[in-house]
Ligand binder design. Sequence first.
Ligand code: 9WN
Length: 438
Amino acid sequence: AYDPPAAPAATASLHLRAAEVLEENWTGGSTVPSRNLYPHQWSWDSAFIAIGLRHISPLRAQTELETLLAAQWADGRVPHIVFNPSVPLDAYFPSPDFWRSSTAGRTAGAPRTVQTSGIVQPPVHALAAWLVHRADPELSRARGFLARLYPRLAAWHRYLLHRRDLGGGGLASVVHPWEQGMDNSPCWDAPLARITPAPARSYRRADLDHGAAEDRPTDLDYGRYVRLAADYRDGGYADGGGRFAVEDPAFNALLIASEHALARIAGELGAAGSARHARAERLTAALVERLWDAEAGMFLCRDLRGAGLVPERSVSGLVPLLLPGLPRDIAAALVRTVTGPHFALGDRTRLVASYDLLGEAFDPHRYWRGPAWFNTGWLLERGLRTHGEREQADALREAVLDLAAATSFAEYVDPFTGEACGATGFSWTAALALDLHH
Ligand code: 9WN
């Protein structure tokens, strides 16, 4: 069972400081990940943000998810960005005029009134909706929160399980590195190598106005991101034919956790959740069958357009520890891997690194190629606790709280020194620290 210990009094002001960050980043209906770097609403950010916001304002937490899901496409996809029309076009790239959702996405059912991107992000939303409901069930029932969200969340999962089962094995695929949320993970190097980069002069990287170039993805990566997204757009955002298709462990583990949450939501609404629980168990079996690598002692990505399993160890392959229904021997192997030489949690690192410390591509500062992130720390804390690893979970929880406070809620940190990288005042860092503080 998931049963975190009570917060020590010494970190009491953490609550206030985290609440302040979320207040500053609130725009009236949702929260931006970061005022400068990411001035719109992001999909999986909003789910993590809602999980923290529920401790400050259950109403704002519900609204955060409602705003995102109001931009859902008719085919069920939940876009990775919902654009704020009052933000200048050149503040973030790619902007609405790149995605052209309301025209290019017409066949797929993009909304007419709000501009969005056309790709997705990890499905953390049903899990977040359930946790938000539990924070104030009375308010939730009075507002019909779950009753209104349930059909949208069900359509979202249906989209992923049907339109995105590109490998035919029951798992959902991502068609762009931005969809998995760990943009420049070394797992994408091989699948991306087949993509011809878009010419550098055809777009302008707004991220470099705010982020240090050596902490961000490279120009070569960006050229390929742009090419893939433009091709997807030019195909009307239809699924199936793209040159990039990968089954990712974290993306699918989050879908499974959310499917279990959706079963509980159905139960709360008076419907039977058993079929959903059963589906989540079948998905867990598919995850093990298709992505588990016994030799690596962790899950790997499957490149559907390439040579199968990608031999790179990313934190994504540890995230399935989150699942209570994971076979015991697999959970035990994951715990050994996270504390072993490749991630060295509790030994060389306090907050789990995003990539193999011994990997050839490891870089302690470059985004998802080594730095430690707070959302994956939160997910693994939950996983360790779920599987009875109390001491490890307590230590990871302490690390999240300490490092979040010490770095003014940094976007990510050097996994060895804890030095802040990327943006500060980053919303999910504040939200998830707040959640572990409670
Ligand atoms: C592209 C907002 C997002 C996160 C992603 C993170 C980063 C965007 C970017 O920021 O991606 O979606 O411009 O780099 O990789 O996980 O959701 O915080």
